[in-house]
Design a protein around this ligand. Structure first.
Ligand SMILES: Nc1ncnc2c1ncn2[C@@H]1O[C@H](COP(=O)(O)OP(=O)(O)OP(=O)(O)O)[C@@H](O)[C@H]1O
Length: 268
């Protein structure tokens, strides 16, 4: 492979007060001898949906874990609302984490709780909301993702697509201003993927917020993205408006976004 690895220019303007909600500055992370993030820089555009694409094993999930403070960089900084998340106390980091909604690959629902209780869980854990208000909020939220009929079902009694939507409802229940999706389309057929993408777009237009979607699915990226970032070998090699990404002259970005075998990206 003979691609020059350039770090993407990610100097995008934040939407509001001059501070990006999420900034990754020169983050390095290794696991034993494996260098996974090798100087990652990303300024996510606020109140937009950014899709992060990249080959398998390139560090996308590791990026998400850094953003929510589950992993600490070996070098570099992760700033959330302008705060270096490893420069604050554990308690402050915990408080900051509540402002995130995270949708993990499998929805991460509690198997022994019905869908209503799964979605109500963050409200019961983190707020003093009364049970009657919780009932209203949860049922509204389930209606938004088309699951009001499934409230009393266990996760094992509904389809994979429904579990993802339930996970999404739970991720949004505290009104987060940042929402992270780790491969929301994994394990879904194209129709269910498309339906989930409709829900992502609909929820974003209703509730706003800075959304980050990690995916392998180019169709998902085409459908939901305002901005596209491409990570390769632990660095951002592209970040920009979705249309520009899909028309990029860069051979690596072109090959990756068109899913073609011919190009600079090989099997290694
Ligand atoms: N806690 C960990 N300990 C050791 N290695 C890890 C750990 N977490 C991730 N890795 C390694 O870091 C690399 C990047 O993993 P990551 O899951 O971020 O890739 P990815 O880009 O999300 O891949 P995929 O698209 O296949 O999900 C992989 O080689 C993985 O094995």
């Amino acid at each position: 492979m003979s691609v020059e690895l350039e770090t993407a220019t990610t100097d995008q303007r934040p939407a509001g007060n001059g501070v990006h909600s999420m900034e990754v500055r020169d983050v390095h992370k290794s696991f034993g001898p494996f260098d996974v993030l090798t100087g990652l820089n990303l300024n996510f555009v606020d109140d937009a949906i950014t899709t992060i694409l990249g080959p398998s094993g390139t560090g996308k999930s590791v990026l998400i874990k850094h953003l929510v403070g589950l992993l600490e960089p070996d070098r570099g900084e992760v700033l959330i609302h302008g705060q270096n998340i490893w420069g604050i106390s554990k308690q402050e980091r915990y408080e900051l984490r509540k402002r995130f909604g995270v949708l993990f690959q499998d929805g991460a629902l509690f198997g022994s709780m019905n869908i209503f209780d799964n979605v109500a869980f963050p409200l019961r854990k983190h707020t003093d909301t009364s049970e009657s208000d919780i009932a209203d909020i949860v049922m509204d939220s389930l209606a938004e993702v088309g699951l009001e009929q499934a409230a009393s079902k266990l996760p094992s009694e509904i389809s994979g697509g429904m579990r993802k939507r339930a996970g999404f409802a739970r991720a949004l229940i505290l009104g987060p201003d940042i929402v992270l999706f780790d491969e929301p389309d994994s394990g879904l057929d194209p129709v269910r993927t498309s339906l989930l993408n409709d829900v992502i777009l609909d929820m974003h237009s209703r509730h706003k917020g800075t959304y980050l979607v990690v995916t392998h699915d180019i169709r998902t990226a085409r459908k939901v993205s305002d901005y596209v970032g491409v990570i390769w070998k632990g660095k951002a090699v592209h970040y920009g408006e979705a249309e520009a990404a899909f028309n990029s002259p860069d051979p690596f970005v072109r090959q990756f976004l068109s899913g073609e075998s011919a190009g600079p990206l090989g099997m290694d």
